[in-house]
Design a protein around this ligand. Structure first.
Ligand code: FMN
Length: 259
């Protein structure tokens, strides 16, 4: 399929048919995604862990904040920043050790994310649907333990994939003028912010408030705008982020990405 068509047709899918994905197709998508992904030093510092088993999916469902479609979708892929394999190779070849540091984590995380997005495009080009699971970073340590990830190997993102059982509308993005800068960073004025967020403020708010449960919670919390909603206790709670950041630091230390 034309790449432009794939990109323009993208929507995250949150309802799936139970039909399994042919393992040969999964392998082909992974193969092409990896072959088509730039990779720092071509060290391929990532690993993909596939989960299809229903009982194992059930545990990941719990670790991913019980997002229903995890149980529906036939496949979950956890993309890991992985230096373990490389470091073993260095060790058995008598080379100096490296990458058990913060730079290593960043490099491997970027490699893993690039492959993840290629895998998504590969599935979408074949008419399948995907959704990223941001909850991966909230349960990083527990997911690492459940998937038996070794030292200097951590999950950075997860996707679900499967055959769509919904046809959601395409979601807007902020306009290009707010996202793309010419030569140097342009700090938006208040008027420019109003312009950049004009449509989002209305459409995003309407979308969340069309959910009676969210609407009730927003009213109880005295939330009157999309911006307030985003950093409220309902969405991206700053207290939770602070707590989770501390946990993240501990996990990075335990896996020797931080001293
Ligand atoms: C890193 C990342 C994490 C995400 N995590 C979740 C998630 O946990 N649950 C979910 O329903 N959608 C998740 N999404 C999907 C976003 O909500 C979605 O991409 C965004 O609302 C735009 O919608 P679209 O993908 O349909 O264009 C995530 C997306 C990204 C890139």
């Amino acid at each position: 399929m034309d790449l432009r068509k794939v990109l323009n047709g993208h929507r995250s899918i949150r309802k799936y048919k139970p039909d399994p994905i042919d393992p040969a197709l999964v392998e082909q998508v992974c193969y092409e995604a990896i072959a088509g992904a730039s990779s720092s030093g071509n060290l391929n510092s990532f690993s993909l862990v596939l989960t299809r088993d229903i009982e194992r999916k059930q545990r990941l469902y719990e670790l991913h904040s019980q997002q229903d479609f995890i149980l529906e979708a036939p496949l979950l892929i956890t993309f890991c920043a992985d230096w373990f394999r490389t470091r073993e190779w260095l060790r058995v070849r008598g080379a100096r050790d490296n990458f058990n540091n913060l730079v290593g984590y960043h490099v491997a995380a970027y490699d893993a994310m690039i492959v993840a997005q290629n895998v998504c495009l590969g599935f979408e080009a074949r008419g399948l649907g995907i959704c990223y699971m941001g909850t991966t970073i909230f349960s990083m340590g527990e997911i690492a333990e459940f998937l038996e990830l070794p030292d200097t190997c951590l999950p950075v993102t997860t996707i679900v994939a499967g055959y769509p059982d919904e046809d959601p509308p395409k979601r807007d993005r902020l306009p290009l003028r707010g996202l793309v800068h010419d030569e140097t960073y342009h700090r938006p004025t208040v008027d420019e912010l109003d312009d950049i967020y004009a449509e989002r403020d209305v459409r995003g708010w309407d979308r969340y408030m069309s959910n009676p449960w969210l609407k009730k919670m927003a009213e109880e919390e005295g939330i009157t705008s999309l911006a307030q909603f985003y950093t409220s206790r309902i969405k991206y709670d700053p207290d939770f982020f602070a707590e989770n950041s501390a946990q993240l630091r501990t996990v990075l230390e335990e896996k020797h990405f931080l001293p």
